[in-house]
Design a protein around this ligand. Sequence first.
Ligand SMILES: C[S@@+](CC[C@H](N)C(=O)[O-])C[C@H]1O[C@@H](n2cnc3c(N)ncnc32)[C@H](O)[C@@H]1O
Length: 228
Amino acid sequence: MEPAQLLTLANRIEGLCCPEDCFTLYSLLKNIEAKGVAVEIGSFKGRVTVCLARALEEKNEGHLYTVDADLLKIRSNLLKNIEGYGLKKWVTPVFSFSAIANRGWSKPINFLWLDTDGNYFSWLADFLLWEPHVVEGGIVALSGASTFSTERILKKYIIGSGRFHDIIRSGSILFAYKGKQAKAYPAFKAIYIRTLSLCYCLFRKFIYNLKKCFLPSVKIGFLCLYII
Ligand SMILES: C[S@@+](CC[C@H](N)C(=O)[O-])C[C@H]1O[C@@H](n2cnc3c(N)ncnc32)[C@H](O)[C@@H]1O
């Protein structure tokens, strides 16, 4: 697909990743040599999902698992976009918290794209849970390059681990090629990270719902005060 066509495709779908960054992700996945499945954490309405699935369709190999907890009620939009662009064969949507989707995961990953809420703790939990499944030669890509959270992950876990090479920032994407697998950590550590991540996500969901109920009541309160 020509860059202009991919930009047009990305522009047609509501999303947060800019079309140029979608093109970067599409090109990375299309040209990756390592074997495995692609995993996206944070699909939203599928802007990046559709671009990644196009890369797989053009290569005629691979599969994309796209994970979203549906915090923003995007399920029907995501499914509509995947089906609407004829990409159902290439994508499996997983509506779940990433920490839960990770439980029992055994497929080797050649492309891992993380784009959830930009909070350091979310990055860290997703990185620690999913990165061990990335094969040597695979790519780990994060959104929000140069933000405080990604910089911390970059320094400590990407550069700091000495296991990645060709670490590149492109637009707001940070990506790196995995050179070496880390020693597997004990199962209890994964359970610990998963539990913490889940508590954090549920707390965020609770705050989000609270804000949704609370804000309209405050607005109505102010309106009543104004009328009185
Ligand atoms: C920033 S948006 C993703 C934007 C998307 N990549 C795009 O460019 O349009 C974040 C998404 O991540 C989802 N999300 C946040 N935390 C999550 C978690 N722990 N597990 C799974 N999905 C999560 C939200 O429901 C939301 O749809």
